[in-house]
Design a protein around this ligand. Structure first.
Ligand code: HEM
Length: 426
């Protein structure tokens, strides 16, 4: 038996214990198995993205997996007439997701009419490298239209405007948020077209941003468009009790019962002013972020997996007090409970109307409580030196629906078919 197999079985056992909850195996890089129990970035950024994660289960575990090579994030407006129409829409999305994430044969071609599938992936939807999908709801789904106001997840609001934001309403919010991730762009686009085609009349794309993750260069965590490794310091998605504390909604959170197993997703479309950035001296770039550009190590360390030692540098001589990593997580007991599971992507939109390069970060994070976690971090980052080089222009707050438990279940069933409000609080 290979070391890899041993490790995977151990991992599965661990997951089955802490949260019967967790049924999926986040992708583990081949070769990372020899590195003991550490959870350095090498463990989570993998080439082996062909391991399929099960679609059915209490959570949408696709969000635990490391960023894929390609993604499409689509915010959607629901146009269904009534609650029955919304239920029909969610049943349809579930059925398409079941097929698209598992692979298989599209329905047979009839004698007349268009073919049942775009054909982008050939005659069959391959199981290997199949798309991974996450479906979430925005606060506007809980307005008066579908009688869901009393069932809104308690911490779900429209994304507020933060001090350095320059938000374009055309790039914000949405009743639903659909994220598709895969090893290749055509797999993502195939899934997007499939879902759009089957949900015509029920929803429309409000805004969409496609992203990508480059391969690690030369190793470890992939780099963002500033050339820095991004996504290093993340809670370990394989630690099920930690995920229960930081990511998944569960008992005791004061939430409606239907939300159990879901998660809050914060998405921020942040343009990075790369032409401006490329004129900044390297040492200044590194002091702004607090890490070495080449290795990804904190400025007081050697390897990207090294933890910064802020207690030894109270004045910020080595890692400036206003550096991005030090503000984002000062590594205190208080900040430990505010950690985010970050799953960001780079994006490229070509040129703006002034002919300047239009690219940046599709920042995405998951948490149990967006106020206690994301907003606390965002507030600490307000006014950091990096704000001169980035411009948040869009995004939204969403609630990732609990997972689809079995073939009879569908996204949002507990939300739409659950009991009355009085009975409904955990
Ligand atoms: C374009 C904007 C941004 C850029 C270029 C950026 C870049 C980076 C980089 C290079 C790191 C260090 C490597 C790592 O640990 O991942 C980092 C860490 C981090 N960033 Fe950002 N980031 C951006 C926006 C944000 C936002 C909006 C938030 C949340 C409000 C955030 C939260 C964090 C956190 C929590 C860490 C880990 C800090 C630690 O534990 O040491 N970042 N970011």
């Amino acid at each position: 038996m290979s070391a890899g197999l041993v490790r995977r079985r151990g991992l599965l056992r661990g997951l089955a214990g802490g949260a019967a909850a967790m049924s999926a195996l986040p992708h583990v890089r081949r070769g990372a198995e020899n590195r003991g129990a550490g959870h350095g970035p090498d463990d989570v950024y993998g080439e082996d993205t062909r391991t399929r994660i099960p679609f059915h289960g209490p959570h949408q575990t696709a969000l635990l997996t490391p960023p894929a090579r390609a993604t499409a994030f689509a915010a959607l407006d629901v146009t269904a007439d009534d609650r029955a129409g919304l239920a029909e829409l969610l049943r349809t999305v579930t059925a398409r997701a079941r097929l698209l994430t598992a692979g298989g044969d599209p329905e047979p071609v009839g004698i007349t009419g268009p073919p049942p599938d775009s054909g982008l992936l050939g005659p069959r939807i391959p199981a290997a490298g199949a798309v991974r999908l996450t479906l979430a709801a925005g606060a506007s789904l809980f307005d008066g239209r579908y009688g869901l106001a009393a069932r809104r997840p308690r911490r779900l609001t429209a994304m507020p405007v933060f001090p350095d934001d320059d938000l374009d309403p055309a790039w914000c919010h949405g009743d639903l948020a659909l994220q598709l991730c895969a090893d290749s762009r055509d797999t993502v686009l195939h899934a997007l077209r499939d879902i759009a085609r089957h949900t015509r009349g029920g929803m429309q794309i409000r805004w969409r941003l496609d992203g990508f993750t480059p391969p690690p260069r030369p190793s470890g965590t992939p780099r963002n468009l500033f050339g820095f490794k991004d996504g290093i310091a993340n809670p370990d998605p394989r630690d099920a009790p930690l995920m229960d504390r930081l990511v998944w909604t569960g008992p005791g959170a004061g939430e409606p019962a239907w939300t159990a197993g879901g998660s809050y997703q914060v998405v921020r479309a942040i343009r990075m002013l790369v032409e401006f950035w490329d004129r900044v001296p390297l040492a200044e770039q590194e002091r702004m972020l607090g890490r070495d550009r080449e290795t990804g190590a904190p400025l007081d360390g050697e390897r990207e997996s090294d933890a910064p030692r802020y207690a030894e540098d109270p004045g910020g001589e080595v890692i400036p007090l206003d550096s991005h990593i030090r503000l984002a997580d000062p590594r205190t007991p208080d900040s430990a409970g505010r950690r985010l599971l970050r799953r960001s992507y780079s994006y490229d939109r070509g040129l703006d109307s002034d002919g300047e390069l239009d690219m940046g970060l599709l920042f995405c994070c998951y948490q149990r409580d967006p106020v206690r976690q994301f907003e606390a971090v965002q507030k600490r980052l307000a006014g950091e030196p990096l704000t001169d080089y980035v411009k948040p222009f869009g995004g939204g707050y969403y609630f990732v629906l609990p997972g689809v438990r079995d073939r009879a279940d569908w996204f949002g069933r507990a939300l739409l078919e659950g009991r009355s409000r009085e009975e409904d609080h955990a």
